[in-house]
Write a protein that binds this ligand. Structure first.
Ligand code: ZN
Length: 246
């Protein structure tokens, strides 16, 4: 998917079609669907409200109906069903279970991070029993260079971080948050060992990303999506390449 999306090597190795799509792709989700090799009717987004609700979807669901449900994580376990999230500075997190083939797409902004939406998604995938084998990828977000917050938000995020206050950069006049580090630490504290960082600061890099902080209400949204596959490492048709051995 070179050119239209950033990808996680770990998710690729585990056989999951996915992408953190770049800004030029987002107005045309058909292009994202083409690159994921998934029908538009099998790509599911929820109505994101900065909470911790998880919605599970299957191929028989209606994407328009699912889109009206309020949730910040979308989960699927049926091969060929795609879960997606829309972000502009918030953390997009893609989760996959290499054994069952189940996936989730999570929207974790500062409010969702404080409320533990990533924990809710891991729990919905099977919790502690599956966490050690999950593959997680955290995509482009507003990084510590740009994520300036007030002292109250800094305190809430530090409290939600297993690492505590070290996620707050206090070297400048106002606190800056390392949201990537908070979300990664939350995943590891849940038992997820494979957490890949797909780097990029949405606010710094206007050529590739939308940013609400930079563009305000006019900002578009970036799509991040992942497709469930069959269980046991079986690859869904259309995937090129093979699993890495050794
Ligand atoms: Zn930045």
């Amino acid at each position: 998917m070179t050119g239209v999306a950033l990808v996680s090597e770990s998710l690729e190795r585990a056989g999951f079609r996915h992408g953190f799509f770049l800004r030029e792709v987002v107005p045309d989700w058909d292009e994202a669907c083409r690159s994921l090799d998934v029908a538009r009717a099998r790509l599911f987004l929820a109505s994101q409200v900065h909470g911790r609700a998880v919605v599970s979807v299957s191929a028989s669901d209606d994407p328009t109906e699912v889109r009206r449900r309020e949730a910040d994580a979308v989960l699927a376990s049926e091969a060929g069903v795609a879960c997606a999230t829309r972000v502009a500075d918030c953390a997009p997190v893609l989760l996959a279970d290499p054994e069952s083939g189940a996936v989730a797409a999570v929207h974790s902004g500062w409010r969702g991070t404080v409320q533990g939406v990533v924990a809710a998604a891991v729990e919905a995938l099977g919790g502690a029993a599956v966490a050690p084998r999950l593959v997680a990828a955290v995509g482009p977000l507003i990084e510590v260079c740009c994520f300036e917050v007030g002292p109250e938000v800094a305190a809430e995020l530090a409290a939600s971080s297993p690492l505590g206050d070290v996620v707050v950069d206090r070297s400048r006049s106002r606190p800056h948050i390392d949201l990537r580090r908070v979300v990664g630490a939350q995943l590891r504290a849940l038992g997820v060992e494979m957490v890949e960082e797909v780097r990029g600061c949405t606010r710094c890099d206007a050529a590739r990303f939308h940013s609400f902080r930079r563009d305000g209400a006019a900002s578009g949204r970036l799509l991040a999506a992942i497709v469930a596959r069959g269980p046991g490492g079986a690859r869904f048709s259309g995937v090129t390449g093979g699993p890495v051995v050794g």
